[in-house]
Design a protein around this ligand. Structure first.
Ligand SMILES: O=c1[nH]c(=O)c2[nH]c(=O)[nH]c2[nH]1
Length: 301
């Protein structure tokens, strides 16, 4: 019976790296969740147990913390690119490195109307993400950057319809021209190159996604997502494609008629499951090759 090792990668998942900049009384915080994984010629580690090529996951974790001090934490994309390139240098058997980072946002607490120097409250407007894949060395190095936002909880209380859909004998959903549209959005966009002002691009794309969600009169979550993606591609030439995964967080109108009370779209029950799950990619016709950009990214079609 012939058996061989298939796809594999290994690394340290979810190192929680918190970097405080405290050179002045006004501290800065970067709060990260860093995952690294190496892939390549690691057959021996699996088939015979020989670990000579394996850079331990513990070392990968230590490197993330050491680099937070030695190299500093700026944009998460830069931090990921630095880690990815480093791991390929120190682990010759690795052909590729995948660095995924989430960044949790903090805002300064306001005291007497002034932002406090060293007290923060977690901000609720989504978690910034990046997934960097680095392959090859020296002139042969190829780099893919997919950045995004997740846990972006959005709701519009009108301006959303859903009707004209296919019906069969099991269809009970009433058509509506006025419903709540709500989601917890995950968006990931692939950059065309790495010559990008990462912080500016992220801030602008997130703001644009929010603005489009508000602006678009929705005929379906599908149409809203496409409109959001189209706007990002039109205004951001640095983005090759954008993918969305959006749970349709259903809000059902409560029947108050047993109590003789009318309910003109005012009282809803927020159901947590089941939920519609709408996923879509919006891509330029002439987009660059995705290569390994989407390697091991779950939850996207
Ligand atoms: O925006 C929606 N898209 C659907 O595909 C769908 N299906 C459904 O039952 N409700 C909705 N809403």
């Amino acid at each position: 019976m012939a058996i061989h090792l298939g796809a594999n990668q290994y690394g340290k998942a979810e190192s929680r790296v918190v970097r405080i900049y405290r050179d002045t009384p006004r501290h800065q915080i970067r709060d990260l969740n860093v995952s690294s994984a190496l892939r390549g010629r690691f057959e021996d580690a699996h088939t015979s147990g020989d670990q000579r090529d394996v850079l331990p996951t513990d070392t990968q974790k230590n490197t993330a913390f050491a680099f937070a001090k030695e190299k500093g934490v700026g944009a998460i994309e830069d931090f990921a690119l630095t880690l990815g390139a480093h791991f390929l240098e120190v682990a010759p058997a690795a052909d590729g490195a995948r660095i995924a980072i989430e960044e949790y946002p903090w805002e300064r607490i306001s005291v007497d109307g002034e932002p406090h120097d060293h007290s923060f409250v977690r901000a609720g407007s989504g978690v910034r993400t990046t997934i960097v894949n680095v392959e090859g060395r020296g002139d042969e190095r190829t780099t893919y950057v997919v950045s995004g936002v997740q846990d972006l909880t959005l709701l519009k209380s009108t301006g959303s319809e859903f009707h004209g859909f296919l019906k069969d004998k099991y269809t009970t959903l009433p058509e509506t021209d006025d419903r709540i549209l709500a989601t917890s959005l995950v968006a990931r966009w692939r950059y065309d190159h790495t010559d990008v002002d990462w912080d500016k691009s992220y801030d602008q794309i997130k703001a644009l996604l929010l603005e489009q969600f508000a602006r678009i009169h929705s005929l379906a979550l599908q149409q809203t997502l496409y409109g959001m993606g189209e706007a990002v591609l039109q205004q951001h030439p640095e983005v090759a494609e954008i993918k969305f995964s959006a749970p349709n967080k259903h809000h059902f109108l409560v029947d108050l008629s047993p109590f003789g009370v009318e309910n003109p779209n005012e009282v809803f029950i927020a159901a947590d499951r089941p939920y519609g799950l709408i996923e879509a990619t919006v891509v330029r016709d002439d987009a660059s090759e995705a290569g390994s950009a989407w390697h091991a990214v779950p939850g996207f079609c």
